[in-house]
Design a protein around this ligand. Sequence first.
Ligand code: BES
Ligand code: ZN
Ligand code: ZN
Length: 497
Amino acid sequence: MIVSAVKSSIGKISTDLLTAFIFQDERLFKQKSDDLISLFGAPLQSALSSKDFSGKEGETLHLYTGNKRSPRLFVVGLGESKKFTIEKLRRAAATAAKKGNSLKVTSVGIEIPDTEVVLPESIEDVALAMSEASLLSLYKYDKYISKAKDGKKLSRIEFITASKYTSEIQQGVRQGQTIAEATIHARDLSNAPGSEIYPETLANDAKQLGRKMGFSVTVFDKKKILSLRMGGLIGVSKGSDKDPRFIIMEYGKQYKKRGTIILVGKGVTFDTGGISIKPSAGMAEMKMDMAGGAAVIGTFHALPELKLKRHVIGLIPSVENMPSGSAVKPGDIIRHYNGKTSEVDNTDAEGRLILADALSYASTYKPSVVIDLATLTGACVVALGHYASGMMGNDQEVMDALETAGEKTYDRVWQLPMFDEYEKLIKSDIADVKNVGGRWAGAITAGWFLKKFIGDYKWVHLDIAGTAIQEANQDYIPRGGSGAGVRLLIEFLRNWK
Ligand code: BES
Ligand code: ZN
Ligand code: ZN
């Protein structure tokens, strides 16, 4: 897809489908419809005076202009200007791109609306949001669909601006494209079947990305993992024919003086539950149990292109959780990288076991901040559904910054409490800690388990079980792997002190 920003009036642009936006407010509606009517004349005059279309949020109007330069006009309602947000603009841009896609036209022109008085965001952020959402809305995981793709396809999106801020808009559009591509990388990894993405191939994907984008990647194999005594990775992977990997990505070492930020992602490439096996209904979703790792890889995809001036390390412990004669069993005890032991009461609570190794290994870098992302608990999905990631941690400032980043990107988080009372629920009689905490507050007891393994650093845990795996298609988020966490982390990294 070619995405660009062009300086032009929408009346002069030549494109297969021209999209304009209109507010519902009486005055703004009148103003904009007068403008459009003066450009496109009669067909629009009758459509807009019919009252069938009043600029309500999500309402659309598609008509043929009789104009050779822009034969099709698509008008998208933005609702009331008072209630307008940048997320509504993302959705409107997604509507425009999807319309072009369904009409099978080659190019779509999308006007950058004048949002100066209605939105607090800069024009660059507005352009970024529109470009990321339009690209993300076109995503489809179709790698394994063999039916011949018919030739004609949308291949160009042009953002049109008549404002003097063309260079800011160009910059925003470019960054939006980078961020969308990074998110799409995470989606592709999540959606790939377990037969394609297992620890070794996940590591290869990271290595390939590192070579392409220019950051370093080190991968520990089973032998090295054994020698480091990462008992969580060894224990969980024991039941599988696939060996574990521990993936380390490093970007921006020259900025170490500003501190090291570590991103840790759960990389369970398939979670059957192990001996504590899951029910078969819905188990296929567990190919996405590496979405935390995918979010970290996706974030690294964007860092070099955004030229972020930060030292960032990505750690992905990766295993396949399978039942077999050699699998870890309930009642077994594991010794983790930092020497602490955990009682495996349920082999389906495997993510925390491998994250324990990664979080204690993180200490070796003396990081200032560590953020882990994991599709960790079904309980988090019960609590928050699919619209917010569960957040826990030991530093309110980092959590507040993530909350702000979440609001801005709409890749949202919601903080859960870490009261001391919850800690008692994971007490073990035979080991330092037990890997499950009983029926209640499952997302929080999982967070508490992780907390037992962190070092002397600011730490935040994001449970992305609900957000990374979506049930229904939304404006620019498809069913399946959503790439949740990528936009959030990028926004956080760009702003963290
Ligand atoms: N990968 C699952 C959590 C999950 C569930 C992610 C649904 C996405 C959607 C995790 O490994 C798991 O199985 N957790 C158990 C923990 C329990 C045994 C304490 C769960 O949530 O049931
Ligand atoms: Zn599990
Ligand atoms: Zn899992």
